[in-house]
Design a protein around this ligand. Structure first.
Ligand SMILES: Cc1cc2nc3c(=O)[nH]c(=O)nc-3n(C[C@H](O)[C@H](O)[C@H](O)COP(=O)(O)OP(=O)(O)OC[C@H]3O[C@@H](n4cnc5c(N)ncnc54)[C@H](O)[C@@H]3O)c2cc1C
Length: 704
C-alpha cells in the first residue's frame, strides 16, 4: 500500500513566526489514513526516527521528529485526516456484562457514555459530534449500529441517544484529541483532572509495528471494558499483522495505561482512543474584576470563597435552568502591568457552575451550527458550519440567552486595530481632561494608575502634553494590516524609551503606557455573567483570528495550589515586569492561573489534590514578552520554586529536572518517573526499539 509521503517539505508549529518555517526541509512527512498504514510505517526501518503530530499546537519541541513526521491531521487541512468516529469497538466489542450494566437506568447518570475516535480528530469536531442526537437507526447504511441504536435494539433503552458533552476541556479546541491529552492538556475544572483522565482506552502502535489495546481497569467499567475474543476478531487479523501482532493490555495496576496516556509521543503513535462523555450540560460563568494583592492569599485556602462561591447571590444573575453542581471552575487572570504607583495589579476572577441544559442552548448555533455535510472526506467525519470556524461565543447583554451578532471586540483587536485605537483614544481623553483642567479632572483610569496626593502627577503635566502628541501621532499612523503585536511594539517603544534624557518625559511615558494597558485589561476582563452550552463556555478561541496567535510563545507552570511558592512565583513575575518597564521593555499579556484536580497519568503535571497552573503568554513582536516567558521558565525550574512545565508549552526542562520533579526523592529514577520508564521499556524491547526517541525526549529524560 502506498502511504502518502512528501519529501523535503517544511514543517512548522502553529505559533511560530509565519515568515520562517521552523524546519525548512524535513526528510519526510507521511500522512497515514488507517491503522494498517500506521503499522506499516512503524515496521519500516527505512523511515528512521518517527514522531506523531496532531495539530502542531504544542509550543515545546514534543512533536518534532528527527526524520519521519507522522501527521494525523494535516495542520493546513489539505490532506485527509485520521478523524473517523469508530463503531466496531463501541458498542460491538464491549464486554457483554458491561453492556448489561450499561442498560441499567442509573448508568448514564453515573458514568455517562463512551465514544471511540481516531487520534486526529480535533477537539472542536469531537464536541460538535458528541452534541448531536443519535437518530437510533437500527439498520444503518453501513450495517454497523451506533452505541445508541445497539442499546435500543438489544436492551430497549434510548438512554444512549445523547447529546453528550466533554467532562472538561482546555480553553481552545483546535488540538487533536490525542495531541491534547498526550501533553496533559487541561481546563480549569478543579474537581477533575486533565483530559487524559477522561480516557478509557488507547490503541497504540509501537516501534516495530506491534499494536497494543491498552485499557484502563476501572470499576465504572466492571468487569472489563472490552471482550478479548471480539477484539481479536477485529484487530487480530492479517491486515494488522495477525493475532500475534496484537496485544491486549489490561492490568489491575494500570501500569502501562497510566504511563502511555501522557507520554508526549514517546511510546509510539496512538491510532485511536475511547473517551468517557457526560450527558450534555450547560455552564454558567461569572467574571469579576479585582485587585490581585487584595485576594491572592485566598488561593491557599481551599475553603475560601474563591473555590466555594454560591452560584446565585442576592441581586445577581439568575441562570435560566437549574444549577446542578457546586462551583467547579476557577481562573484568575492577573495583569502583569502594575497600577497605583506600581503597587497593584488588576485581576479578573472567573468562576463556573454546571447547569441543566437549556431547551435551545445558547452557543450551540454559534459554536457548532448547522450540519453542512454528513461526511466530509477530508476530515472523515460530518462537517458543521461553525465548529472551529467562528469567533468566540459572546452573549447579547440585552438578551443574555442569545448570542451577539458582532464578534468580541478583543477578537477584533487582532484582525483590525479598532479596539486598540479605542483604548488609546480613551487614554488620550483622560490625559487631555487631566492636563487641561490642571489636574482637577481625574478620570477613573488615571486615579487607578497614580496614587494622587503627593502632587507628583501634577509635576508631569508638561511632559504629559508631549506624550499626548505622541499618542495622537500613533493613532493617526494606525495601519489595519499590522499585527496586534506590531501595534503594541510601536506604542511601547514610543512611551517606554529608556534613552529619553528627560526624566519627567520618561515618567509620563511610563504613566501613559500603564494607563493604556490598564484600560485595555479592564475592558478585556470586565464583569460578566452568562450561560451557554458546555463547549461554548470552555472553548473561548476565536478561530477567525490570524494575527494574535502567530509569533507567540507561552509557558505554563504547575504548582500545588496551596503552596506559598505559587504566590511567590506570580509576585516574582510582577516584579520582573516593573523592572522591564524601566528598561523600555514590556510583556503585553497576563498570567493566567487555572485550577484542576489530580491526574492518574504518571508524568501528568497535575500532581496535587488541587494543582494550579500559571500560564504566561507573550507576543514575540513586543520586546519584553519573550524575556518574560524565558524568565518564568527559568524561575519555575529553580528547585526552590519547584514548578513543573507543561509538556506542550515552552519547555526547557532537562532530565535532571524531570527526575527531581517526577522521581522518588531518595532515588530520582524510581517513583512515578521510574514506573513510566519501566512501562516504556515494556513496549520498546527494553529500549532497543527507540525510533520514537527524539532530541526532546532525550533532553527531558523521557527514555527507558
Ligand atoms: C491557542 C492554544 C490554546 C491552548 N490551550 C490550552 C489549554 O487550555 N490547556 C492546556 O493544557 N494546554 C493548552 N494548550 C497547549 C496544547 O493543548 C498542547 O500543546 C497540545 O499538546 C497540542 O495538541 P496538538 O493536537 O496540536 O498536538 P501536537 O502539538 O501536534 O503534538 C503534541 C504532542 O502530542 C503527541 N501526539 C500527537 N498526536 C499523537 C498520536 N496520534 N500519537 C502519539 N502522540 C501524539 C506529539 O508527539 C507531541 O508530543 C494550548 C495551545 C494553544 C496553541
Amino acid at each position: 500500500m502506498a502511504i502518502e509521503t512528501v519529501l523535503g517539505a517544511a514543517w512548522t508549529r502553529k505559533h511560530d513566526d509565519p515568515r520562517d518555517a521552523l524546519i525548512p526541509s524535513t526528510p519526510r512527512i507521511v500522512y497515514p489514513k488507517s491503522l494498517a498504514e500506521l503499522i506499516e510505517i512503524c515496521r519500516d526501518e527505512n523511515l528512521g526516527r518517527l514522531k506523531a503530530a496532531g495539530s502542531h499546537w504544542a509550543l515545546s519541541e514534543a512533536a518534532i521528529s528527527e526524520e519521519t513526521f507522522i501527521e494525523t491531521h494535516d495542520p493546513r487541512n489539505q490532506r485527509q485526516a485520521m478523524g473517523r468516529t469508530l463503531k466496531h469497538v463501541v458498542p460491538h466489542c464491549l464486554h457483554p456484562e458491561l453492556l448489561q450494566r450499561m442498560s441499567e437506568p442509573s448508568f448514564v447518570q453515573d458514568h455517562g457514555s463512551l465514544v471511540h475516535v481516531e487520534a486526529g480528530k480535533r477537539v472542536y469536531q469531537l464536541y460538535a459530534e458528541l452534541d448531536q442526537v443519535d437518530p437510533l437507526d437500527l439498520q444503518p447504511p453501513d450495517g454497523v449500529q451506533t452505541l445508541g441504536a445497539f442499546m435500543l435494539a438489544n436492551f430497549g433503552t434510548t438512554a444512549f441517544e445523547g447529546p453528550w458533552g466533554m467532562e472538561t476541556a482546555g480553553n481552545a479546541g483546535g488540538q487533536t484529541i490525542v495531541g491534547a491529552f498526550s501533553t496533559g492538556t487541561h481546563g480549569g475544572d478543579f474537581d477533575c483532572g486533565p483530559i487524559a483522565d477522561s480516557v478509557v482506552a488507547i490503541h497504540l502502535v509501537a516501534d516495530g509495528g506491534a499494536h497494543y489495546w491498552i485499557e484502563s481497569s476501572d470499576e465504572r467499567y466492571w468487569p472489563q471494558l472490552t471482550d478479548d475474543d471480539r477484539m481479536r476478531e477485529v484487530y487480530g487479523t492479517d491486515e494488522f499483522g495477525g493475532d500475534e501482532n496484537f496485544h491486549i493490555v489490561r492490568t489491575r495496576d494500570n501500569a502501562l495505561f497510566d504511563a502511555a496516556v501522557v507520554a508526549a509521543g514517546r511510546f509510539g503513535v496512538i491510532y485511536s482512543v475511547v473517551l468517557r462523555a457526560l450527558p450534555q450540560y450547560a455552564r454558567y460563568e461569572r467574571r469579576r474584576l479585582h485587585v490581585w494583592q487584595d485576594f491572592k492569599h485566598q488561593i491557599l485556602d481551599r475553603n475560601s470563597a474563591l473555590y466555594r462561591d454560591a452560584a446565585i447571590v442576592p441581586g445577581g444573575y439568575v441562570p435560566s435552568t437549574q444549577v446542578t453542581s457546586p462551583q467547579r471552575f476557577l481562573q484568575v487572570a492577573v495583569s502583569l502591568t502594575p497600577h497605583l504607583n506600581f503597587q497593584r495589579n488588576l485581576a479578573g476572577v472567573t468562576k463556573q457552575w454546571k447547569l441543566r441544559l437549556q431547551d435551545d442552548p445558547p452557543g450551540r448555533a454559534e459554536r457548532v451550527g448547522d450540519l453542512v455535510t454528513d461526511f466530509d472526506p477530508l476530515i472523515q467525519a460530518p462537517r458543521f458550519a461553525n465548529a472551529g470556524n467562528n469567533f468566540s461565543y459572546r452573549f447579547d447583554p440585552d438578551d443574555p440567552l442569545n448570542g451577539e451578532d458582532d464578534p468580541d471586540p478583543i477578537a477584533l483587536a487582532c484582525s483590525n486595530g479598532s479596539f486598540l485605537a479605542g483604548i488609546i483614544e480613551a487614554a488620550i481623553n483622560e490625559i487631555e481632561d487631566f492636563v487641561s483642567s490642571n489636574g482637577t479632572v481625574v478620570g477613573a483610569g488615571i486615579a487607578a494608575i497614580a496614587a494622587l496626593g503627593g502632587g507628583g502627577l501634577l509635576l508631569l503635566i508638561p511632559a504629559l502634553l508631549a506624550i499626548l502628541v505622541i499618542l495622537r501621532a500613533l493613532l493617526e499612523a494606525f495601519d489595519a494590516d499590522d499585527r496586534f503585536g506590531e501595534h503594541m511594539e510601536n506604542i511601547k517603544n514610543s512611551l517606554l524609551d529608556p534613552n529619553e534624557p528627560d526624566p519627567a518625559k520618561r515618567a509620563a511615558g511610563l504613566f501613559a503606557w500603564q494607563l493604556i494597558v490598564y484600560l485595555g485589561f479592564q475592558a478585556q476582563q470586565s464583569d460578566r455573567d452568562y450561560e451557554a452550552i458546555s463547549y461554548a463556555v470552555t472553548d473561548q478561541k476565536d478561530y477567525r483570528n490570524i494575527s494574535c496567535e502567530v509569533n507567540v510563545d507561552s509557558v505554563e507552570v504547575f504548582f500545588d495550589a496551596v503552596d506559598q511558592r505559587l504566590i511567590a512565583f506570580v509576585d516574582a513575575l510582577l516584579a520582573f515586569e516593573i523592572m522591564q518597564e524601566f528598561q523600555g521593555r514590556a510583556c503585553v499579556g497576563y498570567a493566567s492561573l487555572r485550577f484542576m484536580g489530580p491526574t492518574r497519568a504518571k508524568i501528568g503535571m497535575q500532581r496535587h489534590p488541587t494543582t494550579c497552573s500559571v500560564e504566561v503568554a507573550c507576543l514575540k513582536d513586543v520586546s519584553g514578552g519573550q524575556e518574560m516567558v524565558d524568565y518564568a521558565a527559568r524561575l519555575a525550574l529553580n528547585p526552590n520554586i519547584g514548578g513543573i512545565l507543561h509538556w506542550g508549552q515552552h519547555n526547557d526542562a532537562t532530565a535532571a529536572d524531570i527526575e527531581r520533579l517526577f522521581g522518588d526523592p531518595t532515588s530520582p529514577t524510581n517513583g512515578d518517573l521510574g514506573a513510566w520508564r519501566q512501562a516504556l521499556a515494556e513496549v520498546t524491547g527494553f529500549g532497543s526499539r527507540d525510533r520514537f526517541s527524539s532530541d526532546f525526549t532525550r533532553r527531558t529524560g523521557l527514555e527507558p
